[in-house]
Write a protein that binds this ligand. Sequence first.
Ligand code: SOE
Length: 408
Amino acid sequence: MRELPVTILGFGMMGTARAVAYEAVMRYYGATPIKPVLYQAYTYTDAEAAGATATGWEATKDLDAAITNPKTEYVDVCLPNAMHCDAVLKAIAAGKHVFCEKPLSVTVEEAHKMVDAAAAKPELLNSVNFIYRRVPANVYARKLVKDGVFGKLLEARSFYNQSWGGPDTDYSWRFSATGGTLGDLGSHALDMLYYTTGMRPIELCAMQSVHIPYRYKPATVGSDLEGRYNKKAKDLAEVWADWRKDADAAANGGETSRPMLKVDTDDVTRIMYTLPGGAVGSLECTRNAWGTENTHGYELYFERGAIRWNYDDMNYLGIYDASKPERGWSRVLCNRGGFAYPTFADGHMFGYRDLLVNACYENMLKIAGQPEVAPIATFQDALDVERTIEAVRKSWTEKRWVKLDEIA
Ligand code: SOE
């Protein structure tokens, strides 16, 4: 069996989760044509490095050396968004297969560069971690739409809402211009729209807003999780009151109780759009909706029925067949034999980490020249998402409907 030495760049939440997935893939799918072997991690901190070396692989703080290491063949980019482009271009130039965390880029220009670089080396994998493609229920939804089971699509509604973005979450790169809610969460919902329906918006109108324009500066800025877990054990009303005083002072150049940094991105985005064939849709994403920890989903309304999915209940697909006299929602369990991915046993539910294993598995299939279970997201797919994101920004800045054709 061919072994493929893997380097993971970035060993925060996503890098470590990916390490688990590469290690598990042979256990899940014994018949993988290629065996990923974890070789090296690029880490920011000694603690992260210790985590990597404890399981027997190398750790380095030299990013370029990690990317170009002649001993590895596959680079998995789990760095903050702003670092993707440079790392991906260097990895392709060094002849490595690339798996990159979403969003692929922070601008359309960057995404174009990455697509061009990948096109020049078609023998290399170019794959983006739009992970919700790997949910069996979504693979099945895609098939139902493709087979035209309920006729033409009339309306689409998608949402990706989380709740961790209150004033007690400190600043991190996720609140910089390169890390906003639209790129972080909306990108998934846009990709899922395309994945399930095969359609992308033609024209859109959007609004964006910032609830928390200034955030407290943590001890070290940059770590993915830090901001989220610096929450104080304080009454929430007090948190808001204290924060409001500081935010007003920051806005007016006054003294704040702790150093603050300005947020340069959206906390919330809403989009309305048209699709080919006359369908219309809407999309919402936020980090400030209490009770929606990772509530990502969609509802698709067709001429003769509807489909709905929600990550909160991700193993099931909701199907409504309006041609049946009883007209009720069916809750179809999709993680069992016959639905896309092999499972441990029927009905033993999939979790997030299983999706990452599926993604690693399908990257191996693709490298081996074998068909994936369902299409992986390529750099081109991610460029299309980035173009839509750019159209959203343009629409809100210029306060008008924007055609996707306007974006290069
Ligand atoms: C944080 O908002 C995050 O980890 C995203 O970056 C992921 O893409 C999403 O799948 C879960 O939430």
